[in-house]
Design a binder for this molecule. Structure first.
Ligand code: F6R
Length: 622
């Protein structure tokens, strides 16, 4: 969702903010804005904001002199109020003394707005954020402790705490105020906010990527903590004003990982980073002859005695969960249900202390997945998190964590997070199989060895990139694309369709191949493209029959098949080959041509690949 950034130090705030917003723009790009405290003798908070992408704000700033060394910046994914200049952040209080940026939703804003309006407050936008700006402003005035410098900072932090005690919902906010010109006050509840410590300056950001240019010494703020940032350092309190601290750690990756490095788009770069990401995710997974998780706050017996696994996730992560079901059931011999996180807690699932809930989230901040995990824990179920972000909310709240080590994923369309999630989930399946004695040691060791070959095998798939690009040019102007698969091919068919629709806006759907004749086959038109997952395995013969059914009705079939399968050419118009692997490992290879196909179709159609319309990375609202 929205990206927020804040800086207080000695450099030009606006330069730092714009650079940070460029890194955070993947989180939302409906509008962008900054607020900077300007003027030494008589400080003022100046706000510059513009609907549309960051480029529009940059253009506006070119003719604007914004000196000042303290400020906040925002890039928006609209929730309340259409994307427009007036709904853009930052928002100000009634007197224009302070400005606030916000990621999340204040759920009781309508009630608060009505109360303030009854007292004569007028609002310039439709947003929930502006209501909180007014509420903080009023709390400040009511406390009657105005003043400059340190006193101003104390008063601002007090006003923020008072206001936040009245709000419901999920948020990360940052506030600047002319009465405390070198201070930012920030807080969060169920939305990410990371603080950056460095000499002579302090920073905040929605994620580490916004800070890493300046510091590796970061601190994740926890729910209902309030941070007071000045150039001299950061103090953290709870909502009652008692001193406390967040989760402080050192970042171990470099800024160049979060840059394009010569690729035209982050998505293509991240597709190509997958072999390396798989390799990293596999490193050091055994200790003393045992598979290990990254963090485990559970006893081995908790895993031994579980009788049911729920996998919960959203979007692409949900598709990784679908693949995991096959591995968990086959290797660990435990029944598994895979569920969309936003549905899970609303249907009263049966959860006990013997239930394991595996929550998958690249960002570790997706609101629905966090809520599903919290619901599971409240019912005494155990939660294992699969996340790509060390110290993310999901990782902190889970009983055990297995990290994907994909590095920062910037493109909105998830690629390297997906393949590393599958790998991590399959490692979890082997871990459970080992503890539950569902596999012999040489069996799980064999599987680990096979996994270690995946990075090299995946490199071979890139050998067909030119052919996939040519295929994309011929498919790009179709009115739809269908994807069909069976067994582990089904989640990949769904993922191939999701990837294509989200970045190219082409109508794409994935179907279980056996279901086609129960309805969807009616959609097939002469020459209509159907991509079929047809790799070797016990369902290959079945999928070939399904290919014949769509072919007989005029489909143009693209088969993803196993190298050496020349027979498939008799059934398909185009074949893309992947190397031969164990059946459960295929998804990590077969998805790569589909990611490339989606990418090349989107570029052929001139779409904004890294920032598709209506979307944002990290969905921190329900
Ligand atoms: C699609 C995509 C989304 C995410 C989903 C969950 O390419 O990226 O569908 O997979 O929003 O995000 P995380 O994994 O961060 O919880």
């Amino acid at each position: 969702m929205c990206g927020i950034i804040g800086y207080t130090g000695t450099a030009s705030a606006v330069d730092v903010l714009i650079e940070g917003l460029a890194t955070l723009e993947y989180r939302g790009y409906d509008s962008a804005g900054v607020a900077v405290v300007t003027g030494n003798g008589d400080p003022r908070v100046r706000v510059v904001k513009r609907a549309g992408k960051l480029a529009n704000l940059r253009e506006m700033l070119e003719g604007t002199w914004l000196d000042g060394t303290t400020g906040v910046g925002h890039t928006r994914w609209a929730t309340h109020g259409e994307p427009s200049d007036r709904n853009s952040h930052p928002h100000q209080d009634a007197d224009g003394d302070l400005a606030i940026i916000h990621n999340g939703i204040f759920e009781n804003f309508a009630e608060l707005r009505a109360g303030l309006a009854a007292d004569g407050h007028e609002f310039a936008s439709d947003t929930d954020t502006e209501v909180i700006a007014h509420l903080i402003g009023r709390s400040y005035d009511d406390a009657g402790v105005g003043g400059d410098g340190a006193d101003g900072a104390v008063a601002l932090a007090g006003a923020v705490r008072t206001a936040l005690r009245r709000v419901e919902g999920a948020f990360a906010i940052a506030v600047v105020d002319r009465r405390s010109p070198d201070t930012i006050v920030a807080s969060r509840r169920e939305a990410p906010l990371v603080l950056g410590h460095l000499d002579g300056a302090s920073l905040l950001s929605s994620d580490v990527a916004g800070l890493i240019r300046y510091t590796r010494d970061v601190e994740a703020l926890l729910d209902d903590q309030v941070a007071i940032l000045t150039p001299e350092g950061i103090t953290v309190t709870d909502l009652d004003g008692n001193t406390t601290e967040g989760h402080r750690y050192t970042v171990d990756w470099d800024i160049d990982v979060a840059e394009k490095q010569g690729y035209p788009h982050f998505m293509l770069k991240e597709i190509h980073e997958q072999p390396g990401a798989l390799h990293e995710t596999l490193l050091g997974r055994t200790r003393d002859g045992r598979i290990v998780l990254d963090e485990q706050r559970l006893d081995d017996d908790d895993f031994r005695h579980l009788d049911k696994v729920y996998v919960v996730a959203c979007g692409t992560s949900y598709h990784a969960g679908m693949v995991a079901k096959y591995a968990l059931e086959h290797w660990a011999r435990v029944p598994v249900e895979v569920e969309i996180a936003s549905e899970f807690r609303y249907r009263d699932p049966i959860l006990t202390q013997h239930t394991l809930v595996v929550a998958i989230s690249q960002s570790g901040e997706t609101a629905d997945t966090l809520a599903a995990a919290a619901h599971a824990r409240a019912q005494r179920a155990r939660v294992v998190a699969i996340s790509n972000v060390v110290g993310s909310s999901l990782a902190r709240e889970a009983d055990a964590v297995l990290y994907t080590r994909a590095g920062p994923e910037i493109a909105v369309a998830s690629t390297k997070a997906f393949t590393t999630q599958i790998l991590a989930l399959e490692l979890l399946a082997l871990f459970l199989a080992q503890l539950r004695r569902a596999m012999f040691p040489d069996e799980w060791r064999d599987q680990l060895r096979r996994m270690e070959t995946l990075p090299d095998l995946m490199e071979q798939v890139f050998g067909q990139e030119t052919a996939i690009r040519q295929l994309a040019a011929s498919v790009a102007h179709a009115s739809y694309v269908m994807f069909i698969g069976r067994q582990v091919g089904l989640p990949i068919a769904l993922e191939g369709a999701l990837k294509l629709k989200e970045i190219s806006y082409l109508h794409a759907e994935g179907f279980p191949a056996g279901e086609m004749k129960h309805g969807p086959i009616a959609l097939i038109e002469q020459g209509g493209p159907v991509v079929a997952l047809a790799t070797a395995g016990h369902v290959r013969g079945k999928i070939v029959s399904n290919i014949a059914e769509v072919k007989a009705r005029g489909a143009m079939v693209v088969a993803i098949a196993t190298e050496g399968d020349t027979e498939i050419k008799a059934h398909a118009d185009h074949v893309i080959y992947v190397p031969d692997v164990h059946e459960l490992l295929y998804p990590m290879l077969t998805v790569v041509p589909l990611q490339l196909l989606a990418y090349f179709i989107a570029t052929e159609l001139g779409c904004d690949v890294d920032q598709p319309r209506n979307l944002a990375k990290t969905v921190t609202v329900e």
